[in-house]
Design a protein around this ligand. Structure first.
Ligand SMILES: [Zn+2]
Length: 478
């Protein structure tokens, strides 16, 4: 069998010249015996079909637009053609080289320019929003290179799509998202206690996890600046989906505004309880200040228990060739003390926890020739003591909070940093980032993870339809 696909352009009903329909031959599909691999369209055919149909459509759109504009709006005389330049338009279904005419302005009115290019003026952006959207969306999830390959393989892009092009477009999307963020303020809690008392009963508490991670820098000049810090956050309402955000600490001038917008989008009220859970670093601890009058800051139990788990693992490695019995004795003692330490911290008993840290230090320091493992563990215990001492004010009675259903951790499934930053930016050690491009990609990634990228494109381009929502599933079923 042979199937011919044609595109028929029908004349508009109100078309003055009453043209007869124009028929374009698009493609021809030949099939022999029916089998699973001859059934339906092949991807190559589908790509060609889309590309050709769209080329006809675009040519017709351009033709109509120019016909409609050629007459001078004042006197009705057609403008004189001067010359034409090609413009390149990139779409999901092909790269088109369009002929953009330049016309002389009509002399009937005074004009500021002598010529103008109507097509170039109608298309100031030369990449369609859908292509930008898919490039940005995939780049938010996987590497630039993989995004480029994925799009090239499934769509008739019509030219080689390079990782660098995807990167440029994703970064531009990031810039555009950034430009929408309002100004920074030191204080976002507006109103006063009297106003807050008047507010209706708020929703259940919001829990916000804030954490820092490190990304390999491409601008390494010395050993020390091989990495830079990225802050990741996740805001979780009691009901409803979580939202995440991220930024490069040294670059971002609006971290409070960024966080505030996320909370606002989740309907945060000024009399609503917001619990911030961090690992205690000053850089993240200051962000929540003055965001909400009901905000409280606590150390995320996840960070305490992680450190304790690492120390427990190290205890199992305490061994000595010279004196195996003593080493075993020390290991048993240390394991028991670590268990006690965990129990004390779980109940928010910082004072006794610090005493236990002292005991641990004594036990680990008592041998003449401590093994390397023992020295390492002693160093870690000492650092942990410093960590608990510095953050004592924000260590609550986790056990009590847990029993009354209050938040103690933001990392139930996985750490926020891993989810927002590491999965995309740290997985491969050789991936190196400039702080600026990491920051912009994080803006795109957060929007993708929050399902907010398509709404942003709808804001920017009123005719943009979210591709995944536009599929006419009813029609297919029928
Ligand atoms: Zn005129």
């Amino acid at each position: 069998m042979r199937l011919r696909v044609q595109v028929v352009i029908e004349a508009d009903d109100d078309d003055d010249d009453h043209r007869s329909p124009v028929v374009h031959q698009v493609t021809q599909i030949d099939r022999d015996a029916l089998s699973v691999d001859t059934l339906g369209l092949q991807l190559a055919e589908a790509k060609q079909l889309l590309q050709k149909v769209q080329a006809v459509l675009i040519n017709e759109q351009v033709r109509t637009s120019l016909v409609q504009q050629v007459a001078c709006p004042s006197c009705g005389r057609p403008r004189a053609h001067k010359d034409a330049h090609p413009i390149v338009v990139r779409t999901l279904f092909g790269t088109l080289h369009l002929r953009s005419p330049r016309w002389h302005q009509c002399p009937c009115q005074p004009q500021t320019t002598r010529t103008f290019s109507p097509l170039a003026a109608a298309l100031p952006e030369r990449t369609t929003p859908e292509l930008l959207y898919l490039e940005s969306k995939f780049a938010g999830l996987v590497s630039y290179g993989l995004s480029a390959r994925l799009l090239t393989e499934t769509l008739p892009i019509g030219r080689p799509l390079y990782a660098s092009a995807v990167r440029l477009h994703a970064q531009a999307t990031g810039e555009r998202l950034e430009s929408e963020l309002g100004p920074e303020q030191s204080m976002f809690a507006d109103g006063c206690q009297l106003d807050w008392d008047e507010l209706p009963r708020p929703d259940l508490p919001l829990t916000v996890g804030l954490d820092g991670g490190y990304v390999h820098s491409s601008q390494q000049r010395s050993r020390r600046d091989g990495w830079f810090e990225v802050i990741a956050g996740k805001s979780m309402p009691t009901d409803g989906p979580a939202k995440c955000f991220g930024y490069v600490q040294t670059l971002d001038t609006k971290p409070k505004r960024r966080l505030f917008e996320v909370l606002k989008s989740q309907g945060m009220a000024m009399n609503q309880q917001v619990t911030f859970l961090t690992d205690g670093g000053e850089d993240v601890r200051d962000i929540p200040l003055y965001l909400n009058p009901q905000a409280e800051h606590l150390i995320d139990w996840f960070h305490i228990t992680m450190r304790l788990t690492v120390m427990s693992q190290m205890t199992k490695g305490l061994r000595s060739r010279d004196n195996p019995e003593l080493a075993a004795e020390v290991a048993a003692e240390v394991a028991e003390e670590l268990e006690r330490l965990k129990w004390l911290l779980w109940h928010g008993n910082v004072f006794r926890a610090l005493q236990t840290v002292d005991d641990l230090q004594i036990d680990l320091d008592n041998t003449e020739h401590p093994s390397r493992e023992q020295q390492k563990l002693l160093k870690m215990v000492t650092e942990f003591g410093g960590y608990i001492r510095a953050n004592g004010a924000w260590i609550p009675n986790y056990g009590e909070r847990y029993r009354s259903g209050e938040a103690i951790s933001s990392a139930f499934v996985e750490s926020t940093v891993n989810q927002v930053v590491s999965k995309r930016m740290v997985k491969k050690q050789q991936m190196r980032w400039a702080p600026k491009s990491a920051h912009l990609l994080l803006q795109v990634r957060a929007k993708v993870l929050n399902d907010e990228l398509a709404p942003a494109f709808q804001r920017w381009y009123p005719a943009f339809v979210t591709p995944s929502e536009s599929a006419d599933t009813d029609g297919v079923a029928a």
